[in-house]
Structures are given as C-alpha cells and as structure tokens.
Design a protein. Sequence first.
Length: 345
Amino acid sequence: MQTRQLGKTDLEVSLICLGTMTWGEQNTEQEAFEQLDYATSQGINFIDAAEMYPVPPRAETQGLTETYLGNWLARRGRRDDLIIASKVAGPGNGLTYLRNGPRLTRDHIRQACEDSLKRLQTDYIDLYQVHWPDRNTNFFGTLGYEHNADEQATPIEDTLSALNELVQQGKIRHIGLSNETPWGTAQYLALAERHGWPRPVSIQNPYNLLNRSFEVGLAEFAHREQTGLLAYSPLAFGMLSGKYLGEKWPEKGRMTLYERFSRYKGHQGVEATRAYVELARQHGLSPSQMALAYVNSRSFVTSNIIGATSMEQLRENLGSADLTLSPAVLEAIEAIHQEFTYPCP
C-alpha cells in the first residue's frame, strides 16, 4: 500500500483510509472488526472516525462508531502502528442531543475530545478535525453563499486556540479541517502563523467524479500550504458504482435506505454517472475502481477515504490502490467532465 506524507508532519498515511461512518448503523461491531482486520492486513494504517458517527446521526447510536473502534484497538494492542483520526461536530444538523447542540467553543471542543478519547480507549488522537464550520457558509452540498451579518458564529481564533491547548496537553497530535472553504482555510493558516499555534495538516472534503469542486479554490492550498485533501465520498454515496442506474434501488444501498443521501440523485448526476460507468466498462474496468483510482491519482490528495458495508465492497475498493488509469481513460474522463462540469455540489 502506497503511503503519503500527512501535511508537514512526520506521519505517513496509507493512500486508502478506512472510513467508519456505517459502523453502528449499517454494520455491527463484529462486521467492523472484520473490516479492520482485513484492511490493516492489506497495509491500511489510517482510520477515520467522528464523534457524531454513525450516519445518519441519531441520539441512540451516537458514539457507537468510536466505541467499536476503541474496542478493536484494545483487543489489537498495537495502537502506535495506526493513525487514528476523529472529528468534533459543529452546530446544526439536528444534533441537539450532543452537548445540547454542539459548538466549536473551548468548552465544547475539550468535552468532545475527552469523550472521544474514552470511547476510543486511547490517550491521544493523531488527527483531530473540525467536522464543519461554526459559521454561515457553504458545505454539505450548499451553493450560493448568502451573508448573514447577524450570525452567531464562534470565531475561528477561539476554535484554534482550544485545539492548540489540546495539542499542548498531548491529547491530539495534529489538527485538520473538514467541509471547509478557501476563506476558512486561509483564516486558520493565518492565525496559526500569527500565534505560533498548530496549523491544519489536511482538509477532509467531498471529492469524486461528480464533485470536483475542491479543485477550484482548495487544490492550490493543498499544494502550497501542504494541507492535502482527505477525500470523502469518493464513490458519491455509491452512485459511481453504477448500482443505482436504471432506477434500481438495492435493498441495502445507502441511498435506498436514507433519504438524506440525495446529493447525487439529480438528473445531471445520473447522466454523468451513466457516462462514467459506460467508460469503465468499455475499458474492462470496475466502475468503482475506476472512480477511486481517479481520486488516488490526484497530486493534491493525501488519502482517499473509502467506506463499505460488505467485505465484497471493501475488497473491491481496496483493489483501486493497485490500479493505474491509462492516458486514454484519463482523457475520456476529462471529456465527460467537460460535458458534465460539477453536476453535483
């Protein structure tokens, strides 16, 4: 398994990162253990979780994902071999049951981190990420920024100061951003420079053949500031596998089970998916592996976060690490992208 440097740190993370947001909802603890055993046997050393997981978020299941991972880490007994990432939730998204509504203030971040450490059964988190901003901006598929001068936002300086305290205490090693914009990234970097605080080492945003918006304003940051992309939803909630084409709704498919996963269901998304799936089949490729291999090939990507609900999916997704797309396939992908430019936000 290829590894890449995480920001300016001394950590080398596997090109494929194991995502965990289905554990506790679509996957049992036993299935999570099976995924972890197999993934690590294949060279994966990077595991990504979050305090709000599993998704869809519910009060009854909140924290189960980290708990499963923590139980596995305790059983495995080789914590230092792995790079564990987690996230602190921002406001909104119906999480009123989480600290009476999470914010990115000092007290909330401290409590969130302490709770994650307990569930993970570890003394430190390698990469602690701000899951989404504590301000009005565009993320989770929102377009058309509209400014709200009266918003009740936590200043980024307060958030970064709190994260700095956790780094100083040894509870987290490095910090990262998620669902962040170019403006927000610039603010974090400027404040880190001004105060001598830890700088973000990564940005975890959506990136796939249907949503290449990261390329517009953040890819340059990834290169120039060494804040590489941790790409999530590389298969667009499974859409790019082709399994939903023709109005098919697999019984256990995420978009079948949960209405909230609708970002890639629009007409343009479906037609673009059809074109990519046909391209893959013309070249004798698995549509899923082609889509993942494209993400793997991008120079601004540090790691590609894959998720799976079955071992069959996991094996296929991991196989993308060994696939190099031909110039002909890459050229055809760009031609499709020109026809369906950013079909899904």
